[in-house]
Design a protein around this ligand. Sequence first.
Ligand code: CMC
Length: 393
Amino acid sequence: SGAITLDPGYKNTGSCESAITFLDGEEGILRYRGYSIEELAEKASFLEVAYLLIFGELPNELQLQKFNTDILDQSIVNEDMKTVLKGFPESAHPMGVLSSLTSALTAFNPKSVNVDSEEDMYKAIVKILAKFPVLAAWTLRKKKNQKLFNKDTNLGYVESLLKMMFQDDKKKTYKLNRTVVNALDKLLILHADHEQNCSTSTVRIVGSSHAGLFASISAGVSALWGPLHGGANQAVIEMLEEIKADGGDTSKFIEKAKDKDDPFRLMGFGHRVYKNFDPRAKIIKKAADEVLDQLGVDDPILEIAKGLEKAALEDQYFIDRKLYPNVDFYSGIIYRAMGIPTEMFTVMFAVGRLPGWIAQWREMRLRKEPIGRPRQVYIGETHRKFKEIEARS
Ligand code: CMC
């Protein structure tokens, strides 16, 4: 119909009103609930930021304590979920496994499906915040064919995630390193929300049919997996490794990225909204230097990344299109220095994005938004007469 406006990729369509995240792409500004990302990354913990995103205010000590206790109370994942995991091959990508396990959670927590009251919503929110990092850690241990552990309830949110991922099978120990904990905390904060990106829009649209929170989050995980979205962090390291194996010359790859007949893109570059720089990338670049230095890691890939960034920023193609490094460009280098395998990078992104997905889902439900249902401009055949099979050419 003539009344329908076409906007492929929703480049100019606002899908909702939201009070969660402010983003100014021209100025490179990102704020959660009014607080600048720079300040939050420096001063807050991931759990505080999760609370802020979901409920709108920074928690006071008592509120944070209660939130933490409520999460810890829900942290055991049903033993039968291990059977679900067992069925997957070791070669399975951790993101496929994570999305399946998140979906399977709905089967083990049937009461979390219908969440029409705020109280039921809170219960579902706390449950997914508690169990999702356990599932994330399990996807790594599955890859390594290691034992599966539940949360160490004496540790903080980020610490227990690291322990579940890396603890020794037999001794059950893991030596926490402050540098690693702080760096991961910061990375998770920087990934925690980014308004109506692909996975978040997915979560809102799935949730808008009143499918439960876990089903909506599982859909978000699937959307995040793609290399144009969260999967870019894995793709960046693979690209940098390829450049290294090829002798380290970045210009060949820049030329490839510019060639319109070549599907290759510079991974970790460009953004739908940021046309100046990605403020998250600035913080992460600085953190990469600091973390590698503190951990005593000398990764030749960091130098390649810096060289590639410099060359791209000086190239007219990238200047004309306002293409800058995004959040995914340097994050993988930090994950690597922490000993996190490349295939797990997008899983880490998902753990970071979880509070944002939850906040956006909750906002959508509380505002009683209508079901998400875009229209289309039909360009197919007009009315045709049915042909019997013998009459078809
Ligand atoms: N390398 C080479 N050319 C690029 C790149 C790139 N990374 N990104 C955009 N372009 C070009 C694109 O070819 C187009 O050129 P032209 O005008 O000549 O046709 C122009 O820049 C505009 O790009 P677009 O594809 O229309 O922009 P978009 O807003 O639809 O896409 C994007 C945004 C992030 C998907 C894209 O920049 C991209 O594919 N980047 C690489 C993947 C990546 O790093 N993704 C992570 C995004 S940030 C975090 C997250 O979402 O998880």
